[in-house]
Design a protein. Structure first.
Lengths: 445, 100
């Protein structure tokens, strides 16, 4: 037992001794290999030393480049500052320069715009007829950025008629009438002074009623109760509200006002288009009026406009004539438009007391491009409907429903057509047709 | 053994709690912003779309020269009662693509 333990111990010791010696024996290498290794290490050290030197040189070069870049950036900043100062000085100098020859500038800044319409129409019970409905040029003379003279004319053809019987008596005449002629002076950003024969801001229809702007060839019925223009002076302007495009607009004016066709203050003698100053002012007192409006867009093509306007003054023998108009327009997308006006007038007369010619109109239109049908003709078509009514307070009331279309041949060449149904009550029941259709080609330039 | 484990676990939890408390004590309070984003200024193109299509079909910038647009915009500023800044912005937009 003791011997076995001893043998076992010796065997274990021997194994352990062998294991300890084995790595030492494996680590012994030849002299050649050692020298080769030594040589390799020496070479590597030399290479590292060279790389370190190169790196040091690169760092120095990089530092120099950085300094150069900083210097160039500084110069660039100075140059930009100089350029900005020079630009500001140039703008300031340009704003102080007066035109050398104002007359030449006025002729240079002349532009003509306007529109023309050709119609074919037929009322029920009558024969159809073509007519040159209107050639309406607008001449614009801009003296400078603050002064504009503008004048608009209506040139129409009419059959010659016997002044006594009203029957045609051969030939035709060219009738030229001035629709407006006014001088505009932009006093500042908020006030424009207007003087002359002005389009009056009673509602918005008169100011926005050029032929090619109307989607229905004829005017709403109650607009006839208002003067479209008047001779006088006006202040107008707009105040922006915030930065979303919202604005408040105003206009205040004084004009000669309406007068009488025969000098009397009888109902039916009201002259809305006369009293332009080339004959004695029959009433002796000017009329005054104005409009305030609010325009609110919540984004492009989505907007609401509301306005209230009015005018008051004497028209004959110290009798008063007044008007009140409430106008509204809404756009919902580029395709839908709804607009209208309510018009009420008050007229003091000798023979009929106080009368109130009044009426309203409402128009809605829809561009079929909104259907996204991607069809060429359909995309250029717009459907229009209008209802208007007018009570002249002298025994006649007319209601009219109109359905029509606008086909946009181009953005300014429009083919319009409509069919109108009339309901006439009272004294003029037999004077107006019960229906009619009108086709119009309208060109804006 | 079990007692030791419990002791170690309790110590770790206590340490974690102390650290968390220290972090929360030094965390900055969330800043309240009552500031509304600044309203964006409308571009000439946006003002043109808002105002110049209300009454008539849009006129393309190339239809008139720069000088003509200056004259026409003066007329439109008066007729449509446009604010001065908007009219100038629209004119600038039209001039960029004006015809020759």
């Amino acid at each position: 037992m003791k011997f076995s333990s001893f043998v076992l111990s010796v065997a274990v010791a021997g194994c352990a001794f062998g294991v300890a010696l084995t790595p030492h024996a494996a680590a012994m290498i030849s002299d050649d290999d050692f020298n080769a290794l030594k040589s390799m290490v020496t070479n590597d050290n030399q290479r590292v030393s060279q790389l370190e030197k190169l790196h040091e040189q690169d760092q120095q070069t990089h530092q120099q480049d950085q300094q150069t870049i900083q210097h160039l950036e500084q110069q660039l900043g100075e140059t930009q500052t100089l350029a900005t100062n020079a630009e500001q000085k140039a703008e300031a100098a340009a704003s102080k320069i007066q035109p050398a020859n104002p007359i030449m500038n006025a002729l240079h800044n002349f532009t003509m715009v306007g529109d023309a319409e050709v119609q074919f129409g037929q009322a029920k019970g009558q024969h159809g007829t073509f007519s040159l409905a209107d050639f309406a040029p607008i001449f614009l003379f801009r003296a400078n950025d603050n002064i504009l003279f503008e004048a608009g004319f209506d040139v129409t053809l009419q059959n010659n008629t016997d002044p006594t019987t009203g029957n045609p008596n051969g030939g035709s005449s060219t009738v030229v009438s001035m629709s407006f002629g006014q001088l505009d002076y932009l006093l500042n950003d908020y006030v424009t002074i207007v003087a002359g024969y002005m389009v009056l801001p009673l509602g918005t229809y008169s100011e926005r009623a050029a032929g090619w702007l109307n989607k229905i060839p004829d005017d709403p019925l109650p607009v006839d109760f208002l003067p479209g223009a008047g001779v006088g002076a006006q202040l107008r302007g707009a105040v922006p509200v915030g930065m979303s495009g919202q604005m408040l607009t105003y206009s205040a004016y004084g004009v000669n006002g309406p007068s009488s066709v025969d000098g009397t203050a009888n109902a039916g003698s009201l002259d809305l288009g006369g009293n332009v100053g080339d004959s004695p002012n029959l009433n002796g007192n000017p009329s005054g009026g104005g409009r305030v409006g609010w325009f609110y867009p919540w984004k492009a093509h989505y907007d609401l406009e509301l306005g209230v306007s009015g005018q008051t003054g004497t028209w004959a023998e110290n009798k008063l004539w007044s008007a009140l108009v409430v106008d509204a327009a809404i756009h919902i997308s580029p395709y839908v438009e709804v607009k209208g006006e309510y018009i009420n007038t008050w007229e003091q007369t000798d023979n009929a007391g106080n009368i109130q010619p009044a009426g309203w109109w409402l128009q809605a239109s829809y561009k079929l491009a909104g259907l996204n049908l991607d069809a060429p003709i359909v995309n250029d078509l717009e459907l229009v409907e209008r209802y208007d009514t007018a009570n002249d307070a002298m025994g006649s009331t007319t209601d009219r429903f109109t359905t029509g279309f606008v086909y946009y041949l181009t953005n300014t060449l429009l083919l319009e057509g409509d069919y109108e149904w009339f309901k006439n009550r009272g004294l003029n029941a037999n004077e107006l047709p019960s229906s009619q259709f009108v086709v119009q080609l309208s060109y804006g330039f | 053994m079990l007692k030791n484990r419990r002791f170690i676990l309790a110590g770790a939890l206590a340490l974690a709690g102390i650290c968390l408390g220290a972090v929360l004590a030094h965390a900055e309070p969330e800043k309240k912003t009552d500031l509304k984003p600044e309203p964006k200024k409308l571009t000439g193109a946006e003002l043109y779309a808002m105002n110049c299509n209300r009454c008539h079909p849009e006129r393309y910038a190339t239809e008139f020269t720069t000088a003509q647009w200056q004259t026409i915009m003066l007329h439109m500023r008066v007729r449509a009662n446009l604010p001065a800044a908007q009219a100038k912005q629209i004119l600038k937009f039209l001039k960029e693509d004006a015809g020759n």
